[in-house]
Write a protein that binds this ligand. Structure first.
Ligand code: DGP
Length: 114
């Protein structure tokens, strides 16, 4: 999608601090971090929201979580804990309409998130 911010990051048209990339998934540090580690894990494929997922995307969604687990380990978060969250639509705080997992850690994370 030519007007999608995260598609532009995937394409290399907008710079980002990448922490992972493979054939399906790209991960980079959030520009406005909410925790010492705040990484966004996204599919290369443009999918606007969770509502646009179908059964064919199940392996891709699994890959997003596998990358989240790997990065959490790389960042030293596995034992102390971390949070993985995906917002869906504006009411839940989604502001970029290309699905992304937030990986947050490195400080105490409270619940409910608000
Ligand atoms: P959400 O609100 O769930 O749609 O999260 C979008 C996140 O994207 C938000 O935490 C800030 C981040 N973000 C927005 N623009 C950029 C950007 O240009 N670069 C990077 N690295 N992150 C961005």
């Amino acid at each position: 999608m030519s007007d999608c911010l995260f598609c532009k990051i995937v394409a290399g048209d907008i710079p980002a601090e990448l922490v992972h990339e493979d054939a399906r998934v790209v991960a980079f540090r959030d520009i406005n971090p909410q925790a010492p580690t705040h990484v966004l894990i996204i599919p290369r494929e443009h999918i606007p929201t969770i509502n646009d997922l179908d059964a064919a995307h199940e392996p891709l969604v699994g890959a997003l979580f596998s990358v989240a687990k790997k990065i959490a380990g790389d960042e030293g978060l596995s034992d102390d804990g971390y949070r993985v969250v995906m917002n869906c639509n504006e009411g839940a705080g989604q502001s970029v309409f290309h699905i992304h997992l937030h990986l947050l850690g490195g400080r105490p994370l409270h619940w409910p998130p608000g």
